[in-house]
Design a protein around this ligand. Structure first.
Ligand code: NCD
Length: 312
């Protein structure tokens, strides 16, 4: 593996290897002293052209736990603000001796462009509405932890599918591992190619949740939407909001996921988000698993010839 750009076309054996590696690293994240020397001397540069709390910080944590240097480019304070092109910015990072570049960009395909431009490994931290592979992997790791196996699991992805790179990475990763994926949401938020994807499509929430093992709730990506896709947020919430009542259609032990950031009261109720009434909502576990998945990605691309788990 030279880059991690997406989960589409990734063979099951590679997905399995990344998930197993993440699981091996997961325990280090909970140690009181979170430090192993695995990637000592390596430099990871994160280049984020879109906002991020979880993804950027967990890449930085992952690099630092493995003793790599983690350098974040704040795009607003960089020469990008002076008009520097993406290509020149990337080449600058390479000349600065980055050993790995982690990129988030609003343009679908930006990570592939970076991979074609650079000689160092590139990790896609979200490109437009295309893919967000480490989020897909951390969702899969969380499901595997709770449900034991991905094969045979029924996962309903609910909400703004068309603008969601999380949905696409989930679809490819989960179906390759033998899970059944349902897309649930209003027709206006379904991708045009939904019927060519390895999924079933549901425009009725109760029907889409019927017997689901996992509900992955998506944020309404208002920054990527044209106006007129939804009559109102209140109507969206009434028809597609995940709350205690709508969840009754899923399996009693349903696992609820959300990639964050959450719009409480829009796509997910505060009660469900906080795991009230016995709901198994794994939002915080997803975030912690995200560190382990990003450690696995960095290790696989930069240090796979080194021993994976070494005590501090
Ligand atoms: C997601 C993203 O940026 O694609 N967030 C994340 O990485 N945790 C989902 C979102 O922004 O809604």
């Amino acid at each position: 593996m030279r880059h991690l750009l997406g989960l589409q076309n990734m063979p099951a054996a590679e997905l399995q290897m990344l998930l197993d590696t993440a699981l091996a690293f997961r325990e280090i994240v909970d140690r009181p002293v979170k430090k192993v020397p695995t990637l000592r001397g390596k430099a990871v540069i994160t280049l984020f052209y879109e906002n991020s709390t979880r993804t950027r910080t967990s890449f930085e944590m992952a690099a630092k736990i493995m003793s790599a240097e983690a350098i974040n480019i704040a795009v607003g304070q960089s020469s990008v603000a002076k008009g520097e092109s993406l290509k020149d910015t990337l080449q600058t990072l390479q000349a600065l001796k980055a050993d790995c570049v982690v990129i988030r960009h609003p343009m679908s395909g930006a990570a592939h462009f970076a991979a074609n431009t650079l000689h160092v490994p590139v990790i896609n931290a979200g490109d437009g509405r295309h893919e967000h592979p480490t989020q897909g992997l951390l969702d899969m790791l969380t499901i595997r932890q709770v449900k034991g196996d991905l094969a045979g699991t029924v996962v309903a992805i609910v909400g703004d599918i068309t603008h969601s790179r999380v949905a696409r990475s989930n679809i490819w990763g989960l179906t390759t591992m033998g899970a059944t994926v349902r897309l649930v949401g209003p027709t206006t938020l379904m991708p045009n190619d939904a019927h060519h994807l390895p999924v079933t499509v549901h425009t009725n929430l109760a029907e889409g949740l019927e017997g689901a093992d996992v509900v992955n709730v998506l944020r309404l990506q208002t920054e990527r939407q044209e106006s007129g896709l939804l009559p109102s947020l209140r109507e969206y919430s009434r028809l597609f909001g995940i709350n205690h009542t709508s969840l009754a259609n899923a399996k009693p032990d349903v696992l609820v996921l959300h990639p964050g950031p959450m719009n409480r009261g829009v796509e997910i109720s505060a009660d469900v988000a906080d795991g009230k009434y016995g709901v198994n909502c794994a939002v915080e576990e997803q975030i912690s698993n995200g560190i382990a998945v990003r450690m696995a990605a960095l290790y696989t691309l930069m240090g796979a010839n080194l021993p994976p788990v070494v005590d501090a």
